[in-house]
Design a protein around this ligand. Structure first.
Ligand code: PEP
Ligand code: MN
Length: 363
């Protein structure tokens, strides 16, 4: 079910216009000194378009720092007054949203733990009816694209048309080097479904550690995302939340200066010719792959018939184990990524089982 989302063009409301949007600031607003000095140093980089700070922090366990609350909003007003920076905060319920609007926060964002809950998103949407404020919606904690789309639709149906999505990675159950698995295919699918929706990447919450931020930010640029939200503050080692993933404004500046922006397409004729050659080869290879898959399915059907005649079950664990092991070692020899080969074999196997089960059910 694809419902249309009515959006105002991102470049018409993004403070960066057509350029890459940079949002930065501390994970949480802690003290006046921390907020104002950080904002001052971020302004001095001349790169930051929006100042972020959490005022209400959703924490996994109680008794950790849960944000300073309303007083933080006053500090954001000071940031705006003193440095002219636009401000954004996370809102998770009716009260947060009303207060953020009352204090003139420029842009709201909905956090990953809120996007998972349609009741909370609707509560926020209800407060936003008739209000003209941009809203950025983080992906839900779990890798569920429909939930993400659902939250975007709820906010859009409240009349908000300045919307951006924030990709902050997913809890996937698999242990990876990331705090939250990026699963890039999910924001790519979102973009494919809603090409006008801007996606901003949050490398801080994907990476969970300083050392990963740059490569994640670069990857998001290479994938055509429209901006980054990166946590930064002057004294990150003493931060009350997310200390390992924050960087100083100076390091942020160096990081931003090292990012490479590539144009999506170019007018260079010989480049385009060569690219087309490569793409033609890919088209042919894909055609061959599909023909091979068709041949494989035909054989699978024969096997299915044969098993049926001889009253043999569809799934044989031993055979599946052998297939997986032999394909993985063949993939190793060809220097193919193991994870990729494994996923591919799983897909093939699932499809074989589906085809054979369907055969059985027809009888
Ligand atoms: C944050 O931005 O500080 C935050 C809490 O993020 P998330 O909702 O992505 O966990
Ligand atoms: Mn954080």
């Amino acid at each position: 079910m694809k419902k249309s989302i009515e959006l105002k063009a991102f470049c018409d409301w993004s403070p960066a216009g057509k350029d890459h949007l940079i949002i930065s600031g501390p994970c949480g607003a802690e003290t006046e000194e921390q907020v104002l000095s950080t904002a001052g140093q971020l302004t001095a980089t001349n790169k930051v378009n929006i100042f972020r700070a959490g005022i209400w922090k959703p924490r996994t366990r109680p008794n950790s720092f849960e944000g300073v609350g309303e007083i933080g909003l006053k500090r954001l007003q000071q940031v705006k007054k003193q440095y002219g920076l636009l401000t954004t905060v996370e809102v998770a319920n009716r009260e947060h949203t009303e207060l953020a609007l009352k204090y003139g926060v420029d842009i709201l964002w909905i956090g990953a733990r809120t996007t998972v809950n349609p009741f909370s998103v609707q509560e926020i949407a209800d407060v936003l009816k008739g209000v003209d404020v941009p809203v950025m919606i983080k992906n839900p904690v779990n890798p569920d694209l429909q939930l993400w789309i659902g939250a975007i639709e709820r906010i859009n149906q409240a009349g908000i048309n300045k919307i951006a999505a924030i990709h902050r990675g997913f809890h996937s159950g698999n242990k990876t080097i990331y705090r939250n698995n990026p699963m890039w295919e999910i924001p790519i699918e979102l973009k494919t479904l809603y090409p006008d929706l801007a996606i901003i990447c949050d490398p801080s919450h994907i990476g969970g550690k300083r050392t990963l931020i740059k490569e994640i930010a670069q990857k998001s640029i290479d994938l055509g995302m429209q901006g980054v939200m990166i946590e930064s503050q002057i004294d990150h080692d003493h931060a009350l939340s997310d200390a390992q993933q924050q960087i100083t404004p100076q390091v942020l500046l160096e990081l931003l200066e090292s990012l490479v922006y590539r144009t999506e397409s170019t007018d260079n004729v010989s480049f385009n010719d060569q690219l087309n050659n490569f793409r033609n080869i890919i088209d042919e290879l894909d055609e061959e792959l599909l023909s091979l898959l068709k041949k494989r399915i035909d054989i699978i059907e024969k096997i299915g018939e044969y098993k049926l005649e001889n009253k043999v079950a569809v799934f044989q664990l031993q055979r599946w184990k052998l297939i997986l092991e032999s394909r993985l070692s063949s993939g190793d020899l060809k220097k193919l990524d193991r994870g990729f080969v494994e996923k591919f074999c799983l897909l093939l196997h699932e499809e074989s089982i589906r085809v054979q089960t369907e055969l059985m059910n027809k009888r």
